[in-house]
Write a protein that binds this ligand. Sequence first.
Ligand SMILES: Nc1ncnc2c1ncn2[C@@H]1O[C@H](COP(=O)(O)OP(=O)(O)OP(=O)(O)O)[C@@H](O)[C@H]1O
Ligand SMILES: Nc1nc2c(c(=O)[nH]1)N=C(CO)CN2
Ligand SMILES: [Mg+2]
Length: 248
Amino acid sequence: MKFEEWKPFYNEIVTTMGYDVMKDREAAEILQELLLKNKNYIKPHYLREIIEGKKVYIFGAGPSLELALKYLSFKDGIKISADGATSALLEFGLVPDIVVTDLDGRFEDIRRADLLGAYIVVHAHGDNIEKLKEYVPQLEKVLGTCQTEPLDIVHNFGGFTDGDRAVFLAEEFGAEEIILVGFDFGDVVGKWSKPHLKEHAPIWESKRKKFEFAQKLLQWLKKNGKAKIRRIVCHPIDYAISKCYIER
Ligand SMILES: Nc1ncnc2c1ncn2[C@@H]1O[C@H](COP(=O)(O)OP(=O)(O)OP(=O)(O)O)[C@@H](O)[C@H]1O
Ligand SMILES: Nc1nc2c(c(=O)[nH]1)N=C(CO)CN2
Ligand SMILES: [Mg+2]
């Protein structure tokens, strides 16, 4: 997505969510300085090499993620986890190829994924500056992103929440097919979404607004992008069996 296409979405997000544009810009500058100082940033073409022309599974943190990980194998594609979903993948013995995060998932798991070979796409925004300062120096292979104007080594491919940003990233780097897993949205937030959640939780107001933007952005991309985007849905049949299928 070009920055000019992203701008109207961002303006609406800032107005609805009450974000501070100057702080979002400051976060992007801080992330760029941290990456230059620690020399732990990667060039975007690394991601193109692994994504272009491929089937890409993108894992969100919705409640159905557990059933999908239990009953399906994801061997025939590249795996991108959105933040908290990284913990679930690791729990099921899968290592994501790429993690997309604003660093509010369980950091031990994000760092473990990095050490096991994943590229970590770290997003800078006005409300995660302290996390950037603490965690970015501990990572090895980072691609920086922001939601304001892109900088030399901090990119903006479009997208808002970790989940839909991962989808915009896959589109940007030429994925042929994108399959969403654990993208339930709805009224229940999956327990992997936040480190303090022990169980799936009823949705709170700011998260509901985030989900609305995420869904709107995904609709836009389905219409305007090149990749075919589909979703895996999983329903429990009884305590031992589940039915998972790809939505048409
Ligand atoms: N029901 C759901 N519960 C949790 N995540 C979901 C759900 N449905 C879809 N998702 C997607 O999975 C992604 C998981 O990311 P996660 O919740 O860890 O971080 P996030 O986007 O940074 O959210 P927040 O800003 O609230 O921390 C979300 O960004 C969202 O796009
Ligand atoms: N300023 C600001 N920007 C964001 C935020 C956030 O909490 N604050 N959360 C995001 C991920 O959902 C993406 N962008
Ligand atoms: Mg997050």
